[in-house]
Design a protein around this ligand. Structure first.
Ligand SMILES: [Zn+2]
Ligand SMILES: [Zn+2]
Length: 135
């Protein structure tokens, strides 16, 4: 299976081949702060499985060995590598797939760092679009 994806503005496009090793929702502080979001979904592949088909990513050194790759034009976070802890591996932000349903998420990780209210987020009221406005 080949999965296409890309950043918000379209400057960077990629394709990933084969099956993801895992698909984890990461609650760590680094992911959260870099994304500006309460968690980030990552699918894990061998580096050989990923091909950037358009444009080029920029790399942000987010920790001693952590490298976060993003679109320099629109800022979308795309890939994560860590040559020390995960040699030969690339993590892909699965929300950047053209079809983010392509690979179901399998686990929450780094919940030691999770924002407390995120643990119950699935129990909050949900609206197809927005809540009805009073007045
Ligand atoms: Zn972009
Ligand atoms: Zn993380």
């Amino acid at each position: 299976m080949s999965i296409p994806g890309g950043c918000h503005c379209g400057a960077v496009r990629y394709e990933v081949e084969g099956d993801a090793m895992t698909h984890a929702l990461c609650h760590c502080t680094d992911c959260r702060r870099h994304a500006g979001a309460p968690m980030v979904a990552w699918t894990m592949y061998t580096e050989a499985a990923l091909r950037v088909t358009k444009g080029a990513v920029r790399t942000y050194v987010s920790s001693e060995h952590g490298r976060r790759e993003f679109c320099a034009d629109c800022g979308t976070g795309l890939f994560y590598r860590n040559a020390e802890n995960l040699p030969g591996i690339v993590d892909i932000q699965s929300a950047t797939y053209d079809n983010p349903d392509a690979v179901p998420a399998q686990a929450h990780i780094q919940v030691a760092d999770r924002i407390r209210w995120m643990a119950d987020a699935h129990t909050l009221p949900a609206f197809e679009r927005f809540p009805p406005m009073d007045e």
